[in-house]
Ligand binder design. Structure first.
Ligand SMILES: NC(=O)c1ccc[n+]([C@@H]2O[C@H](COP(=O)([O-])OP(=O)(O)OC[C@H]3O[C@@H](n4cnc5c(N)ncnc54)[C@H](O)[C@@H]3O)[C@@H](O)[C@H]2O)c1
Length: 299
């Protein structure tokens, strides 16, 4: 019998690539997304590729939407095997003093409460036959840039929710895991697809020398929901091209490497580094400033 997967936020980006991969493996793919236009586009795309696909407009932060969505899926297919809790939103980057309670709640309710709600309702049917829940967290559960409190907290919450659910649901033969992607370029999976605008510096700073693709995450999901992963539950998998294991202390070598990636030219970066060293040592900084001014104007 055909297995059934629900992908929240499956209309665009990482979720769309996950749905595509699971569909190609023979799963029926339910796209549970709040964006109706993109959801219909993706349903047509998948059907055109021979995938049994079904879009249900769903806001994962609404209990009524989630409950209705799960009932519709069960009514249509009679089983639920895989739930990928992928729907998520970012945060504007305002400072903690400027963040509003409404903004905090919106991010937490979508990114974290949505995972809890979809799991709560899907379990009602997943427990009939066992299954796998995959929660998409982020490396930002463990590391931060400034002014990202709601997003980081929501993703940290997913890590804890994952092990908690894994322990509670093992009696139903339901495994629960999380994936923490690093930087993923979703351009090609947007609606409509876009060209990537990434630079050499963006790619080059990864140990793998490239920014991630939605397909990288989809590959891990297909492994984790397969029987080959039947001994894995409750844990998180970081998939980030090695970014989070890289310790960075800023020194001249890091600057030189960054310049090389930026210009894609060793000679130019070497000359700029030499220039920086000379400026550092120079006594007359005013003279240097006017010379730099001259240089800039001549370019
Ligand atoms: N792209 C990255 O670099 C990256 C890195 C780490 C983690 N993530 C996580 O991966 C997941 C997917 O991100 P993406 O980059 O593909 O984003 P995206 O914006 O391309 O896609 C997200 C999808 O979720 C849907 N969505 C948003 N709010 C929803 C709601 N309330 N209910 C249902 N659907 C909703 C959107 O309509 C969209 O289709 C998110 O949880 C995100 O936090 C992304």
């Amino acid at each position: 019998m055909k297995k059934v997967s629900i992908i929240t936020g499956g209309a665009k980006g990482i979720g769309a690539a996950i749905g595509y991969r699971l569909g190609k493996q023979g799963y029926a793919v339910v796209i549970a997304d709040v964006d109706e236009e993109a959801g219909k586009y993706r349903e047509n795309h998948f059907r055109g590729e021979g995938i049994d696909s079904f879009f249900i407009k769903t806001d994962v932060s609404s209990e009524m939407d989630v409950s209705n969505m799960v009932e519709k899926v069960y009514g249509r297919y009679g089983r639920i095997d895989v739930l990928v809790n992928n729907a998520g939103i970012g945060f504007s980057g305002k400072s903690i003093e400027e963040q509003t309670l409404d903004e905090w709640r919106r991010v937490i309710e979508t990114n974290l409460t949505g995972v809890w709600l979809c799991s709560k309702y899907a379990v009602k049917y997943m427990k009939n036959n066992g299954g796998v829940i995959v929660n998409i967290a982020s490396t930002r559960a463990f590391q931060s840039e400034p002014n990202t409190e709601p997003y980081s907290a929501s993703k940290g919450g997913i890590i804890a929710l994952t092990h908690s659910l894994a322990v509670s649901l093992s009696k139903y033969n339901i495994r629960v895991v999380s994936i923490s992607p690093g930087w993923i370029d979703t351009s090609r999976w947007q609606v409509p697809p876009r060209e990537s605008t990434l630079s050499g510096l963006d790619h080059g700073q990864h140990l793998t020398r490239r920014v991630g693709k939605p397909e990288d995450v989809a590959s891990l999901v297909t492994f984790l929901v397969s029987d080959d992963a039947s001994w894995i539950s409750g844990v998180n998998f970081t998939i980030d091209g090695g970014m989070t294991v890289k310790m960075i202390y800023i020194d001249e070598n890091v600057i030189q490497d960054s310049l090389t990636m930026l210009f894609n030219d060793v000679e130019v970066s070497y000359q700029i580094r030499k220039l920086i060293e000379k400026i550092k040592k120079a006594d007359n900084k005013e003279n240097i400033k006017s010379k730099l001014d001259e240089l800039l104007r001549s370019l």
